[in-house]
Design a protein around this ligand. Structure first.
Ligand SMILES: C[S@@+](CC[C@H](N)C(=O)[O-])C[C@H]1O[C@@H](n2cnc3c(N)ncnc32)[C@H](O)[C@@H]1O
Length: 196
């Protein structure tokens, strides 16, 4: 999707549709596990997680798409929240080490060229013992999963994204421990939780 206001509007429309059909309850489940006070949402997009931010959190919402973040800023006006919006790249985060209590991403890792680097950066900026929470579509096992991956992944790659990454193994490789994952839609969409 193009980095223009029209591109951001189109993307937001599409994602709100997905939210209405399916994703709202997944987001709620993820945000129920978030621990504050200092929370980083990386790849915050147009701000579809903002309704789940709690007032006691100090959230930093980062994205590399200026127009998406403008929509997120606009969406946030309805809520009485402290949010620091930052344009930046998850693969080179502009924060000091040990800054956050939870780092969250939703539907981001399918887009990253260097997922391990993104996770290493999240590891660096998390405080010791604090948590990583991801809501992502990932690679699945079993016949249906294999079939889906074989057919859908090459098509999806034409958009530049990866629909079926082994994200949990990247999480472990980045140094996180206690990696555990909860399926929220078949086995293909999961909440992945881990600690530094
Ligand atoms: C599929 S969207 C999901 C947006 C939002 N998390 C949600 O659930 O609605 C992926 C987001 O990641 C952002 N993104 C992609 N690569 C990024 C990077 N290297 N650094 C920061 N954000 C990135 C995109 O601009 C986009 O907003």
């Amino acid at each position: 999707m193009k980095d223009t206001p029209a591109g951001a509007a189109k993307y937001d429309f599409f994602m709100r549709g997905l939210d209405m059909l399916l994703a709202k309850k997944w987001r709620r489940k993820l945000w129920n596990r978030v621990e504050g006070p200092a929370v980083l949402e990386a790849g915050a997009g147009t701000g579809l997680n903002i309704p789940y931010y709690r007032t006691e959190f100090k959230v930093t919402a980062l994205d590399n798409n200026r127009n998406y973040l403008d929509r997120a800023r606009h969406r946030a006006v309805r809520y009485d929240l402290k949010i620091n919006f930052i344009i930046g790249n998850i693969q080179k985060l502009p924060f000091r080490a040990e800054s956050f209590d939870t780092a969250v991403t939703t539907f981001l890792f399918c887009q990253l060229h260097k997922p391990l680097q993104g996770l290493q950066e999240l590891y660096r900026v998390l405080k010791q013992g604090r948590q990583l929470l991801l809501l992502e579509h990932v690679r699945t096992q079993g016949l249906f999963g294999q079939l889906f991956t074989t057919v859908a992944e090459p098509l999806y790659r034409l958009t530049g994204d990866h629909i079926a990454r082994d994200t949990e193994s990247f999480v472990a490789k980045a140094g996180f421990v206690d990696v555990n994952s909860t399926p929220v839609f078949t086995n293909a969409v999961r909440i992945i939780q881990a600690r530094k």
